[in-house]
Design a protein around this ligand. Structure first.
Ligand SMILES: [Zn+2]
Length: 692
């Protein structure tokens, strides 16, 4: 009986490109979807870009374009990367779509109708310079626990503490450097406590969750009254306005999962099918794949929304761990934060599909990408054990084709056919590590047969032509079985094997019956060996790009965002700052104190139209002390980015007459030729304070 399955992967955020960490999930899902299709089930696989929120709004603003332009470009890049890795969605949407707005309105109306929405006034952090409320990630300061400097508003990288942004010492906005104020805001909350009995039952009784996940939720969230969920954000915000709450937008995590329904709706509309046939049909299994970092959004809030909205609850939530590289967290500075596009420049996507499959067990443990293991698996498993079967037999039957009757093979084919259900069960459980292991055992048995029969020796004796045909018929059939079993992981290899044998290998059942009496095409190359040097080149390119750019996972502090002369990641750009500018000769404390460095506040900034590099700054040193300074930072900052912020200036530099007026000092910035990063003192510093 064919099953009807709706499958989703978590929606990638439109704030950055796809990297190898993301791909764990999309490849795991794609493999599962392809497996189900091979088994004859009806599957719909949808995904979309997650597009809303403060991060997108701020980034677009910094890049001088609209959020819509930013997310359109990202969606295209995401889909290009997914396609290159063979990840085949039936539909790829966006949370910034009319379909999503419609579904959000419907679920919201249902929440209101059930009396689950409550309005309350809460104080939120506010940037008085940029006039925007501040999400936790956009406030930095000193850790309230260990005192480490320059930590984000949600957690400390030094001691691991998590806290609220209001607890930070010396807080400041990463947008303006200004100290945030508290500003009251009307917020809308979804009450979860009335849904707690339902959620408790679903978490522990539905069987939708992995055991460790169900236990975690029961022990960490459901053991006490569930807190209300703050689902509104005050403007300015990039998202959907809440229809019955002027000035409020739905928090990105409210509308993101609804994107699953919206993407399905778009597909249904295009194909003339009813959405209810997928989302309100008890015969349809909804299966979500996601990473462990977003567990509670998908296992508490989301089922609550689905329940209230009258949709099917997920039949299964398949949660995976994170990717590590060489045993460590992926890291930009170590050059292990590899983008999908960078991988594609150096390596074959099939290799990564197989590597991840061979490591993923269906649990939530992290998985490690080790270079030696990666190279070893590709070369020994795929090339040495699988493709070799075909390359060592196919050309001997190019003219004769396969034997008319399947020869005696000592039970090899039937043993491999009998392994079908064990392999299928492993795929079903997302234990592709076990599936790959079982298939490699079959490949080993086939290779032993080839070694023992040595078709290349039989070939030398024309009187043994029939034997040669029989031996190669056996080997190619064993190769074909292995390829069918690996087809969810390696669809491209299955297509090549299909072309060699003149058939379509898209059905799991193909492994049950041997192929006989058919032609064999000329053997075409199927997969190359991996060279460790190419893997190294990929990591080197990643490291060089990280050196050349500011890390994109940190909200940049007043970045040179629309910098027109952004340096390309060239070998020269990979130099360290000390390479570029060696340390100056030693000086004495007296030398240093001759230079009077002061905190100054930018009162006004304007472009000097006749000067390519200069901005004219009006700086306050406190009181009525005002200075005019011409600064060579036009290429890196827009005047409006500077007004209101503090900088550091050389206050006792002899005034200098310039073409455009008198420059009464100098603003200091970090960086060598071709870059400039202004300095911002921690919050609390006053204009006029001296640097010691
Ligand atoms: Zn700390």
């Amino acid at each position: 009986m064919p099953r009807q399955i709706l499958v989703t992967s978590a929606l990638p955020y439109a704030n950055g490109p796809i990297h190898l960490g993301h791909l764990v999930e999309y490849l795991q899902t794609d493999i599962w979807v392809r497996f189900q299709r091979m088994r004859g089930h009806k599957v719909l696989y949808v995904c979309a870009d997650d597009t809303h929120g403060t991060a997108i709004m701020i980034r677009a603003r910094q890049e001088g374009r609209t959020p819509e332009q930013l997310i359109a470009e990202m969606s295209e890049a995401h889909q290009r990367d997914f396609a290159a890795f063979g990840i085949a969605f039936d539909h790829y949407g966006s949370t910034n779509s009319e379909a999503n707005r419609t579904q959000c309105h419907a679920i919201w109306a249902a929440l209101r109708q059930r009396g689950l929405v409550e309005e309350r006034e809460v104080a939120r952090l506010y940037d008085p310079v940029q006039n925007t409320f501040l999400a936790d990630r956009f406030v930095k300061g000193d850790c309230p626990r260990c005192g480490a400097l320059d930590q984000y508003g949600d957690s400390c990288e030094a001691c691991g503490a998590t806290y609220s942004a209001t607890e930070l010492k010396n807080p400041r906005s990463v947008h303006s450097g200004a100290a945030p104020t508290m500003k009251p805001s009307r917020q809308l909350f979804v009450k979860l406590a009335p849904l707690q009995p339902f959620l408790t039952q679903w978490v522990s009784g539905s069987g939708a969750l992995q055991k460790e996940v169900a236990n975690y939720l029961a022990g960490h969230f459901l053991d006490k009254p569930l807190q209300d969920w703050d689902v509104s954000r005050p403007e300015p915000y990039f998202g959907f306005p809440i229809p019955d709450a002027p000035g409020q937008y739905w928090y990105v995590w409210f509308d993101a999962p609804i994107g699953y329904i919206a993407a399905t709706a778009e597909w249904c509309q295009r194909n003339g099918v009813s959405l209810d046939a997928w989302w309100r049909n008890p015969g349809c299994e909804v299966v979500h794949f996601l990473g462990k970092d977003i567990t509670y959004f998908h296992t508490l809030f989301w089922p609550a929304m689905l329940h209230v909205g009258g949709f099917q609850l997920p039949r299964r939530v398949q949660i995976h761990g994170f990717l590590r590289v060489g045993g460590e967290k992926m890291s930009k500075s170590r050059g292990t934060f590899v983008m999908a596009a960078t991988y594609l420049k150096h390596l074959d996507p099939s290799w990564l599909r197989y590597y991840y499959a061979s490591k993923l067990s269906g649990g939530i443990d992290d998985l490690d990408l080790g270079v030696d293991e990666f190279v070893g698996k590709v070369n020994s498993d795929l090339v040495g054990r699988v493709v070799n079967l075909a390359s060592r037999s196919a050309r001997f039957v190019e003219t004769t084709g396969l034997s008319a009757r399947y020869p005696d093979d000592g039970g090899l084919f039937s043993r491999a056919a009998a392994a079908s259900e064990a392999i299928a069960a492993a795929y079903e459980a997302c234990d592709t590590r076990e599936a790959c292991r079982l298939v490699m055992t079959l490949a080993d048995a086939a290779n032993e047969y080839v070694e023992q029969k040595a078709p290349w020796t039989i070939k030398k004796d024309p009187s043994r032509a029939t034997e040669l045909q029989d031996v190669c018929t056996v080997v190619l059939n064993l190769f074909r079985q292995v390829t069918v079993y690996l087809a969810p992981v390696l669809p491209e290899l299955a297509a090549k094997a299909g072309a060699l044998l003149g058939e379509d290998l898209s059905s799991w059942e193909a492994a049950q019956q041997p192929l006989t009496g058919t032609k064999v095409a000329a053997f075409a190359h199927m997969m190359t060996r991996i060279e460790a040097a190419k893997v190294q080149a990929m990591f080197e390119e990643t490291a060089a790009a990280a050196q050349a750019a500011k890390p994109a996972n940190q909200p940049p502090v007043n970045p040179p965002a629309s910098q027109p002369t952004s340096p390309e990641p060239t070998p020269a750009a990979a130099q360290t700052p000390l390479d570029k500018e060696p340390l100056a000769p030693e000086c004495t404390i007296d030398d240093f104190t001759k230079v009077d460095l002061r905190v100054a506040k930018v009162l006004a900034a304007e472009e000097v139209p006749e000067a390519k590099k200069l901005l004219k700054l009006t700086l306050s040193l406190g009181g009525d002390q005002v200075r005019t300074v011409f600064a060579g930072i036009k290429a890196y900052y827009k005047p409006e980015q500077l007004v209101g912020r503090n900088v550091v200036m050389v206050a006792n530099l002899a005034p200098r007459k310039m073409k455009f007026g008198m420059s009464e000092g100098m603003v200091v910035a970090a960086g060598a030729e071709g870059e400039a990063y202004l300095l911002t003192p921690d919050a609390g510093a006053q204009p006029g304070m001296r640097l010691h």
